[in-house]
Ligand binder design. Structure first.
Ligand code: B12
Ligand code: SF4
Length: 504
């Protein structure tokens, strides 16, 4: 029998955002392959012109194609690429990993152009799958995967989760940071230092995959790795994508001290819950600022107590949100808050409370910023158990999930005029107060001043809930067309780039 290729091709579909940097999930699963002697090619749609042609060229001498994706528009390019590869060679193995296939392994595998899915952590699982493909061995005993045989689907036993300290380092050297910098204007990377979150918000998929067992890297490792990473690749910024960085406040403090001692020279941002941010002592926040921390992304989610209860966010109260904004800003850290509109149960009153709350925070704490989303029901989240009674049409195929995207999700209780009105209101919220995206701001001074002027009528409209004849938005669109802003290479629906969305 001829020996098989030892090359694995990775494809990362566009996530329709200007926040371009290397996909951490792929860098994570690549390391064990490289250590075992496989070669790896990474094709990221966002930075690769003619990505389809490139994939078709690269798979010719490869063992398999592996794709990473989350629920939503990334499914479109996944389908496009998988179909193209299958029409070249129907036998060529295609593996899917990441959040979507982890949460819906069976339905994903039902797609005729996919062969194998990896559920959950992929470091060990992918290596074993690749070794089995190379040896042409049956996959029945590989835990944590799904595969097809004779057109039948098989899901193997669960693979136990590994704590983050036992996971190998990410293969950052695979990332083309020059190309990412060209695409978004900044040289930055993601880094992860803890897994899971102790909470269980009802719209979030985290607990379903990581089981709320928060575990983290020791502070010394954080300091050593981040300093090395930023120096090695000349990075100006790290986004620490931990779901809830501040669970262990002592660890956070030690990280701050360690970075200051090491003379770290980069900015970093984190995601955390407001209750934990508010628990930081002012001197701790200042220490973290000195160490380079410049932004804390926090899920406020609603200005209505009723909705927060429905979201199972009783761990957070409004005092802690104000406190968190105050502490961050006193130390020079930007508090970035997320809001979810149209959560089940949100009526006119609750939406109004939320807008009032956002306006109040932004006026009292200049420098605080809000990013808004439309509620999107994700498979595996607790709220999805009520999908039927909420009237949500749950897609019955892999492709059906591609329109689940918080920028434009349409819901049974939010469609037609109501949906349009909310989108216009979100546009006004965007221009009413400043927000700082990751991608470089390339606006001219005159555009900046003109946009600042637009913020005043926008605030008036938001205060009075009046959005008819949105002249300021037309002007703003004209201004934007004149600015050489970074645009995602593939924008899901040619809408506004929405950036900075955190998990919390
Ligand atoms: C960073 C991040 C982003 C970044 C992505 C930047 C980038 N260049 O990749 C940005 C800001 C763009 C983003 C956007 C969104 N995100 Co996001 N994001 C994250 C976050 C915080 C970290 C992801 C990460 O890198 N983790 C670290 C790596 C190491 O873990 P990982 O990716 O899970 O990979 C592991 C496994 O999944 C698996 N794996 C991953 N890929 C592959 C591939 C193969 C072949 C194999 C075998 C295995 C495998 O093995 C890896 C190692 O164990 C996660 C939360 C989280 N805890 O993961 C949310 C998360 C992935 N995002 C989520 C969501 C909902 C969104 C948005 C819809 C938010 C929004 N409001 O718009 C958009 C969707 C954009 C899109 N693609 O369509 C959800 C996804 C839920 C779902 N059902 O898919 C998550 C899980 C947050 C949550 N708790 O709900 N996001
Ligand atoms: S939304 Fe944030 S705080 Fe809530 S469970 Fe998910 S990761 Fe934790």
């Amino acid at each position: 029998m001829t020996p098989r290729s030892k090359k694995v091709v990775f494809f990362f579909p566009s996530f329709a955002s200007t926040e371009a940097t290397a996909p951490l999930g792929i860098l994570a699963v690549a390391t064990p392959l490289l250590r075992a002697g496989y070669s790896v090619t990474l094709i990221d749609s966002t930075i690769t012109p003619n990505f389809k042609k490139r994939v078709l060229e690269e798979v010719r001498d490869a063992l398999c194609l592996a794709i990473s994706l989350v629920t939503g528009p990334m499914i479109r390019e996944t389908v496009e690429i998988a179909r193209a590869v299958k029409s070249w060679n129907p036998e060529f193995p295609i593996i899917l990993g990441g959040w979507h296939p982890s949460l819906l392994p069976k339905q994903t595998l039902e797609a005729p152009f996919l062969d194998i899915v990896v559920r959950g952590q992929g470091e060990d699982a992918l290596l074993e799958v690749v070794q089995h493909l190379e040896e042409r061995a049956p996959m029945d005993l590989v835990p944590g995967i799904g595969f097809k045989r004779d057109r039948r689907l098989f899901l193997t036993t669960e693979r136990p989760l590994k704590p983050i300290v036992d996971l190998p380092p990410k293969a950052y050297h695979l990332a083309d940071f020059d190309a990412y910098e060209r695409s978004c204007g900044r040289r930055w990377a993601m880094y992860i230092s803890s897994l899971a979150c102790p909470f269980n918000c009802s719209y979030c998929t985290n607990a379903g995959v990581y089981g709320r067992k928060w575990n983290a890297l020791p502070p010394e490792q954080f300091v050593e790795e981040t300093v090395d990473l930023t120096r090695r690749y000349g990075l100006e910024m790290l986004w620490v994508v931990d779901d809830n960085f501040l669970v262990d406040l002592d660890r956070a403090r030690l990280i701050g001290e360690g970075l200051v001692r090491a003379g770290a020279d980069f900015k970093w941002s984190i995601q955390a819950t407001t209750n934990l941010t508010a628990r930081l002592m002012p001197e701790d926040v200042k220490l973290l600022r000195r160490s380079g921390l410049h932004q804390i992304c926090q899920g406020v989610d609603s200005g209505s107590e009723k909705i927060l209860k429905l979201m199972n966010k009783t761990f957070q109260d409004f005092d802690s949100i104000y406190e968190s904004a105050a502490r961050c800003l006193q130390a020079g850290i930007r508090p970035s808050f997320n809001i979810i509109f149209a959560y089940p149960g949100e009526g006119k009153r609750e939406r109004r409370q939320t807008v009032d709350f956002m306006m109040d925070v932004c006026r009292r704490f200049p420098g605080a910023e809000f990013w808004t989303n439309i509620f999107t029901p994700y498979p595996g989240s607790p709220i999805m158990e009520n999908a039927r009674e909420l009237g949500i049409q749950v897609p019955d195929s892999f492709e059906g999930w591609s329109d689940f995207f918080p920028r434009y999700t349409v819901l049974p209780w939010l469609n037609g005029r109501e949906h349009k009105r909310l989108q216009v209101m979100r546009d006004y919220l965007r221009i009413a107060f400043d927000r700082v995206p990751i991608a470089l701001d390339t606006r001219k001074r005159a555009t900046r001043i003109a946009q600042k002027l637009l913020s005043f009528p926008a605030r008036w409209r938001l205060d009075h809930d009046i959005y008819a004849l949105p002249a300021e938005l037309w002007v703003n669109n004209k201004l934007k067309r004149k600015s050489p802003i970074f645009k995602p290479a593939v924008d899901a629906k040619r809408l506004e780039p929405a950036v900075g969305e955190a998990a919390c």
